[in-house]
Design a protein around this ligand. Sequence first.
Ligand code: S3P
Length: 178
Amino acid sequence: MGVLIYPIILIGPMGSGKSTIGRLLAARLGLDCVDLDVVIVEKAGKNIPRIFEEDGECVFRALEAESLALLCTDGKAKVLATGGGAVMSAPNRERMKQAGKVIWLDAPPEVLAKRIAGDSNRPLLNGVDVLAKAKVLDNQRRKYYEMSADFRVDTSKVSAAQAVDAIVAFANSNKESE
Ligand code: S3P
């Protein structure tokens, strides 16, 4: 395929495979993979659990919005893996839509819960029933993933390599190349 001139932005719930598929996809396309959570951690100088604990979720969301805005307007093609809650802000959704193609990595709560159980790096899962939380988040967020997405892949039905193939095929049929 030609050179992609827009970012490919991955959205979807915790455990949907954004980081893993993001890395594979970027390698396949010869692009950088930027993980929004990693950028936030670098900016804050502390990990996500500490940001939530010491500063609160509001501060995390502000850092998320600020970092996303910069990454969406730097003019660089890239694969950008966002955090599961990034779509909950209307300005975030608008920025992503304006910047590039938005890919929703989806999976049912039962599958997500198995993948993310016992992860201490995700403060929203601290001390809660992970399956119940995954269901609540699915209820709250599914419509925002749906309204944001240009393309959806159910990662419970395909391997990571197949997900990458599907996204590359989508990008190929929607490419603006130089
Ligand atoms: C969050 C998801 C996390 C991270 C933070 C909040 C969320 O990212 O941004 O813990 O609100 O769903 P992943 O989706 O990469 O786990």
